[in-house]
Design a protein around this ligand. Structure first.
Ligand code: ZN
Length: 216
């Protein structure tokens, strides 16, 4: 059973294939900007007390942002445990940066930190964390056996399949595709986990796309 996770630099920080919407990317970015601005002013002041203040607001911001990211990683692992998942799938981070070319160093750190936290928390539950290539996860229709892939399927937060008409939150659709891709990778590599399933909001989909609403 695979839980897919989609990470974002705006809107929700993380969305799972089970429909959990976690963390607030805007709040995190806003607080970071605020901290950078204050630090800039204090650095110009240059006094000893300004230097001490920089240290203390820096520590406070680091603590605050770690707490926010722990909320997110806890939420991801909780979804995986509640849905009896054996695996959690992320997009490969180095490949995400080619898609989100304007991501700040801070946003890159936040993604790495979420993944790091999920890895050690998941391990405690015997759950493995794996990564997949991120291509087309936002363009592909994750509904049933549809799989129609087109860039016009997505418009901001909204996903509407041009073929089957299915409407989903765009990040939720992407998270379902991340889970789907890991299962496809297994099938292609012949590791033969034909009984693999994706953990979805109102049920599960097996590797062939058959939906089982009663599973969750
Ligand atoms: Zn479709």
């Amino acid at each position: 059973m695979v839980l897919g996770v989609d990470l974002n630099v705006d809107g929700y920080l993380a969305v799972t294939s089970t429909g959990a919407f976690l963390g607030n990317a805007e709040e995190l970015n806003h607080k970071r900007d605020e901290y950078e601005r204050r630090r800039g002013h204090l650095q110009q002041t240059g006094t000893r007390s300004a230097h001490l203040t920089i240290q203390s607001i820096g520590d406070r911001f680091a603590e605050w942002s770690h707490h926010r990211l722990h909320d997110v990683s806890n939420g991801i692992v909780r979804e995986a445990v509640e849905n009896e998942c054996t695996h959690i799938a992320f997009e490969r981070l180095t490949w995400i940066w080619t898609r989100i070319s304007n991501a700040s160093k801070f946003q890159q750190w936040a993604f790495r930190e979420i993944k790091r936290q999920v890895e050690y928390k998941a391990e405690a539950h015997g759950i493995e964390v794996d990564t997949v290539a991120p291509q087309y996860t936002s363009q592909r229709c994750s509904h049933g056996e549809c799989g129609f892939t087109h860039e016009d399927n997505r418009d901001g937060d909204e996903f509407e399949c041009l073929k089957c008409g299915k409407e989903l939150h765009a990040d939720y659709n992407a998270a379902r595709n991340v889970a789907w891709r890991l299962v496809q990778n297994w099938l292609k590599s012949g590791s033969g986990r034909a009984t693999s399933q994706l953990a979805l909001k109102s049920g599960t989909v097996n590797a062939n796309g058959d939906f089982n609403a009663s599973a969750v």
